[in-house]
Design a protein around this ligand. Structure first.
Ligand code: ASP
Length: 329
């Protein structure tokens, strides 16, 4: 870590993304994400708070790995516990920012609230050397928000001038600069106060997403089951309905001990209860989480259920708590 200032300060962790991208072809909008170091990006920012920076990675977030998430979780926890850090900003690619926000909410959200600090993700839709680059504005807004002493501690993102609660964060457009919005969380959603354990690098449970669609075929599910997948998130149609050809294979997977949760490929809206046609009655619904976020939540729930604890909970207990399902106990 390079410590460029006196305490107390905001810790800015660089992970890459378009915010650190450079154009490769000035003609057609081509660029490469994750090229510019965070220390350089910060030279464009006029912050009233002293800043420390740490380069954790410099990647396109489409390549984000589970071990890197674990490392980020560890660094964020250390930053939250450090009395010299008043808030944390993470520069991140926009493609998987919502997965990282979900991960951080469940492994660091409780600590952030207990310490009264904010962890704020930000990024950009245009590379750093674009004439209309949105990165400097977003980074500066994120730093400003992270340093504000108010009651809004927790995991956040700041994109397009808006603070958005981390768990609600959704990338809703593939190219517009104003691509992010906050999906409403249910009124009775309770933030889990105890942070879940961070899976060590090689202990992330294997969870895949299967989409239901016209003409869906079950072979992929059988293949995954035979190769040891531990969980499947269904990206169902509509309110997480599932094709009749997929349901029996998913049922067999659950009977063999596999974990299944139902989300929707629409990616918006609350998925609750069970299906009127009785399919996948033993699967849990994913509440407001879209398939990518539900996948992270299921991995963390599966991992937490394997850790020894005085009151052992099943993955279903953890998952129901995380997404605020009525099954919560
Ligand atoms: N592919 C880029 C990334 O996620 C997109 C972006 O940052 O906007 O790193």
């Amino acid at each position: 870590m390079s410590n460029s200032s006196i305490s107390p300060s905001i810790l800015v962790i660089g992970t890459g993304g378009t915010i650190a991208g450079l154009r490769t072809d000035l003609g057609n909008g081509g660029y490469q994400a994750g090229q510019v170091p965070i220390s350089t990006l910060l030279t464009q920012i006029n912050s009233k708070f002293p800043l420390k920076n740490m380069q954790l990675s410099n990647i396109d977030s489409c390549d984000l790995s589970e071990p890197l998430l674990s490392e980020l979780g560890v660094q964020v926890r250390m930053g939250l516990a450090d009395p010299e850090v008043i808030g944390i900003v993470i520069t991140h690619g926009t493609d998987t920012m919502e997965e990282t926000a979900t991960f951080l909410e469940f492994v660091c959200g409780g600590s952030a609230r207990n310490f009264g600090k904010k962890v704020v993700l930000t990024g950009a839709m245009l590379p750093s050397d674009h004439p209309q680059a949105d990165g400097p504005g977003n980074l500066s807004d994120a730093i400003e928000f992270a340093g504000k002493r108010d009651s809004q501690s927790g995991i956040w993102a700041v994109m397009g001038s808006k603070p958005i609660l981390g768990l609600a964060l959704v990338k809703g457009h593939s190219s517009q600069t104003n691509a992010f919005f906050g999906e409403a969380l249910p009124n009775d959603w309770v933030q889990v106060s105890n942070d879940l354990p961070i899976p060590p690098d090689n202990q992330w449970p294997w969870v895949e997403i299967i989409t239901s669609h016209v003409g869906a075929r079950p072979e992929t599910i059988t293949f995954l089951k035979n190769h040891g997948v531990q969980g499947i998130v269904l990206a169902g149609t509509g309110a997480s309905t599932v094709h009749e050809s997929l349901a029996p294979a998913l049922e067999q997977f659950m009977e063999a001990g596999g974990a299944v949760v139902r989300a929707s490929r629409i990616g918006r809206g609350y998925i609750g209860g069970s299906l009127a046609n009785g399919r996948l009655a033993k699967a849990l619904s994913a509440g407001n989480l879209n398939p990518a976020k539900a996948r992270i939540a299921l991995q963390l729930a599966l991992f937490a259920s394997t850790q020894s604890s005085p009151n052992p909970l099943s993955w279903q207990d953890y998952f129901a708590r995380m997404v605020g399902l009525p099954e919560f106990r």
